[in-house]
Design a binder for this molecule. Structure first.
Ligand code: HEM
Length: 178
């Protein structure tokens, strides 16, 4: 029980997003469907607290996560060409690093969703096909789960973190496929 109590202790320092309370729903492009999407994957206040709690752990491994991500991307010549045409690996490593740490900030609010919809448009513009985008998400998931398994010994907490992480990645994918 102590491990569980631990992560709830962090709640005091977390900014709770508006959508946690039903009276203040998220509105994206004039629509409120995102609230139902969040409800359907059971993404709730507990996940937000846990994300905030997990951030330092992810932060410690961020270089490894980003390096292995780009290693796998560059192994696909088609993807390497897209990167060289539009940017540089060094630049993209820095953007990905920020993006991933932001994912674990726990601030899943209007700005968070809008930012991801914009990033999806950027990838569409450079011609990244959905199959590669989804493969990239799986690669990130592998790295996140490996990090969590290395760092967390409490089984119950481990399960909660795995569940929260997969919900978060699923949410990102929902936004990308829109
Ligand atoms: C740009 C994240 C997969 C190629 C970006 C940006 C972010 C990002 C945050 C900056 C967007 C902006 O300028 O506002 C991600 C995430 C991915 C992913 C989270 C997967 C889960 C990929 C893959 C490729 C790729 C697989 C392979 C080609 C690019 C390129 C840009 C970019 C070329 C720069 C576009 C430009 O500035 O013109 N990505 N990315 N991304 N990404 Fe990704």
């Amino acid at each position: 029980p102590s491990a569980q109590a631990n992560h709830y202790n962090y709640s005091a320092s977390v900014v709770k997003p508006d959508w946690v309370w039903d009276e203040n729903q998220l509105v994206i492009d004039g629509q409120t469907e995102i609230n139902e999407q969040l409800r359907m994957i059971d993404f709730h206040e507990g996940d937000i607290h846990l994300l905030h709690h997990m951030r330092p752990m992810i932060s410690r491994k961020i270089d490894w996560i980003v390096d292995s991500f780009y290693q796998s991307v560059l192994d696909v010549s088609k993807l390497e060409e897209i990167i060289k045409e539009h940017s540089t690996v060094e630049k993209l490593k820095e953007t990905l690093r920020e993006h991933l740490l932001d994912m674990f900030s726990g601030n899943v609010d209007q700005a968070f969703i809008m930012k991801r919809l914009k990033i999806a448009k950027v990838h569409k513009r450079v011609g990244l096909e959905p199959k590669w985008y989804l493969s990239a998400f799986q690669n990130l998931q592998n790295a996140f789960l490996q990090t969590i398994y290395q760092e967390v010994k409490d089984e119950q907490l481990l399960l909660q973190m795995v569940r929260t992480t997969t919900k978060l990645l699923n949410l990102e994918q929902q936004l990308v496929l829109e």
